[in-house]
Design a protein around this ligand. Structure first.
Ligand code: SF4
Ligand code: SF4
Length: 73
């Protein structure tokens, strides 16, 4: 049940700066949240000026993301 960044992200950097877990990095078109580092504090969702961060309450999506991240390591 992770937080995700949508394509509404304008790369303002607020979430990267505000994440105490260091779970967010800026990509070329939007920021990305590492679900393995995120402690789901919700700070990024509250601080995003574009409302680009959403909470996904879906076990299948979580499993898929976790697999993707693990595969990339
Ligand atoms: S705070 Fe929102 S708009 Fe800014 S970089 Fe993060 S996700 Fe993107
Ligand atoms: S929910 Fe908290 S720990 Fe997770 S990415 Fe957002 S600010 Fe970082």
């Amino acid at each position: 049940m992770p937080y995700l960044v949508t394509d509404a992200c304008v790369l303002c950097g607020a979430c990267v700066f505000g994440c105490e877990s260091g779970a967010i990095t800026e990509g070329e078109t939007q920021s990305h949240i590492d679900v393995n580092l995120c402690i789901e504090c919700g700070t990024c969702e509250r601080n995003c000026p574009s409302e680009a961060i959403i909470y996904v309450d879906d076990a299948e999506v979580t499993a898929k993301l976790t697999t993707q991240v693990t595969t990339q390591l």
